[in-house]
Design a protein around this ligand. Sequence first.
Ligand SMILES: [Zn+2]
Length: 320
Amino acid sequence: MKTALLFPTECKLHETRAGHPERAARLDAIEAALRETKLWDAVQHRTAVPAREEELRLCHTPEHIARVRRMAETGGGSFDPDTTVSPASFEAARLACGAALGAVDAVLKGAPGGVHRGECDNAFAVVRPPGHHATAERAMGFCLFNNVAVAARYAQRQYALERVAILDWDVHHGNGTQDIFYEDPSMFFCSVHQSPLYPGSGAASETGRGAGKGTTLNFPLPARSGIAEYAEVWGQAGRALAAFKPQLILVSAGFDAHARDPLGSMNLSASDFAQLAKTTKQWAAQLCEGHLVCVLEGGYDLTGLGQSVAAVVRELANGS
Ligand SMILES: [Zn+2]
């Protein structure tokens, strides 16, 4: 398998306040883990370019984009106590989003109509700030732009895909992604998350609206759930996914459901994340020529984060 890695180190320039769990050291921990396991040399490194304004507009209002830009240009500020903007944050956030788009290109470029294999089998964009809480017009929960949502829409526009799926295993509900695509039958969104927990949305009864009814799926799980509970609902997600017939699968890959994580209270290990990735990779092989893109979301214990990303990358790069 050829796995693309997009790892824009300039994403580290996005600063948060002292003691904030979403910090530049997260990327250092991931790089160290990938180097230690030699996976760093086993993947195809691809350079990310910042998402352009018109690409951000695929999912965000011009007002929201301008607000983030202005806040950064005037020395920084905050949307809420958790979601801050530093002078470099606009560029870092554009780059994070651009890396997600580059990951889509890695698996779909050279794949006319998205029906043949691209240059890589799958891809992982290791980025910050994360994205899945950002709505079309609002930054929240450490997220400025919704990287995975923009990537999904970009895949539809750039590669003429009709159906794209986003699976979100971050410990928090992907409220922003859900909100952006809630009435859109061309986007399948499934979130498995701890409940109750921030941001409070993601009840099983939230299944989409209007034409999008049925293409949103939520699996709230109680604290202390482990791989048995995850595997059960992931299997249910897979059956719905098969019925949807996606042409590309994106994963909002957060690692804050790791047992060591300070924000989540779940019981997953690095090898459990690898198991979820393996299952997802099998679905991608069966349903969409293996087209699979992971985009980093949360994960705040540096050891758990590094080990888990390495375990998932190893699974993605694993032969056959
Ligand atoms: Zn999270």
